[in-house]
Design a protein around this ligand. Structure first.
Ligand SMILES: [Zn+2]
Length: 332
């Protein structure tokens, strides 16, 4: 009897398994890529990849705080399922690092009524994207319900001490850096990412991001007593990695500023300063790795993805953004 049962069960598993495989194959484009969960401290995890940006998961006394919420409902459900594997506590708080859809549109799958914390400019950008409508607009019933307006706000949520920093606009006007002083962990949002083909920071000029503000943010993050940085996309980084990025970008921006002073045009500067490939990025002309973000200038599809999604309109390169900022400064 038990043999027969086992056989039947085995058969069911095989049949269901092959059904599942064929369904998965048909729906392959919709299935979110897997999330990699990494324990950083007993109470802090990184949820890397999946659909959208990286998340940081902090387990409090009675509930869970999640920094960034993935891009889609399916992607966020996947994240919540991963969280359920590490703790039975419910998600009670989301902190959103900036207004791009790939970090917050998954909030639609989060429990209703949770606390959603963001910088006030993030909320304004979401409201603007919501008013503009279209693909990629944020979920209207999951707007931030607690905004921070200061350069630094120290809060304790569910026994967890967090410092929220808005050093300056960098990736967007409403960037929020989340620092866990006891665990020495920083969630950088997209101010720092490792998935780009070139070595430049990703600045949304159309969301009032700033290359100068980016430098301020890197200095601020490096000054924190931290040893692990959860980036917006890609890998975890160390303080040394951030120092290298800061040095490279400072040098690049100084060169741009010097050429502006010499009266060079933006096209001349772009020609003189081709984008350096990011460390570990595939060589130029190679097929992009699966899941990697498209390089700047090669991304009309991303630009067309909607104002609420990845920042709308034409994305400027780092040189173009820095040029705009620096020339604006000199015309004062
Ligand atoms: Zn972003």
């Amino acid at each position: 009897m038990s043999h027969v049962k086992t056989l039947c069960l085995g058969l069911v598993v095989v049949v269901c398994g092959s059904l599942a495989i064929s369904v998965t194959a048909q729906q392959a484009p919709q299935a979110p890529p897997p999330i990699t969960m990494k324990m950083l401290k007993p109470d802090v995890w990184a949820g890397l990849g999946g659909a959208g940006g990286n998340s940081t998961i902090i387990i409090g006394k009675t509930g869970v705080i999640v920094v960034d919420a993935k891009q889609t409902e399916a992607g966020a459900k996947d994240l919540l399922a991963q969280i359920a594997k590490i703790t039975a506590k419910p998600v009670t708080t989301a902190i959103i690092t900036h207004s791009d859809g790939d970090h917050l549109n998954g909030l639609v799958a989060f429990p209703a009524g949770i606390k959603i914390i963001a910088h006030e400019n993030n909320k304004k950008e979401q409201e603007a994207a919501l008013a503009a409508g279209g693909r990629g607009a944020p979920p209207k019933d999951r707007l931030p319900n607690q905004v921070t307006t200061k350069k630094k706000e120290s809060i304790t949520i569910d026994g967890v001490k967090l410092d929220l920093y808005h050093f300056a606009p960098a990736h967007t006007s409403g960037d929020l850096v989340v620092y866990l002083p006891a665990q020495k962990i920083v969630s950088t949002g997209d101010i720092v990412v490792t998935n780009r083909a070139d070595d430049n920071p990703n600045i949304h000029f159309e969301k009032n991001g700033s290359t100068e503000g980016w430098l301020t943010n890197l200095k601020g993050m490096i000054a924190l007593n931290a040893d692990t940085y959860v980036t917006g996309h890609g890998d975890l980084l160390t303080k040394g990695d951030l120092q290298r990025k800061l040095a490279a970008t400072t040098e690049r921006r100084n060169k741009i500023a010097a050429m502006v002073k010499e009266g060079k045009t933006v096209d001349q500067i772009k020609a003189a300063l081709p984008d350096a490939p990011a460390p570990g990025a595939p060589p130029r002309g190679a097929a992009p790795a699966g899941g990697a973000a498209p390089a700047r200038g090669a991304a009309p599809a991303a630009a067309a993805a909607g104002a609420g999604g990845r920042g709308g309109a034409a994305a400027l390169t780092f040189v173009e953004t820095a040029y705009q900022e620096i020339t604006k400064g000199t015309k004062k």
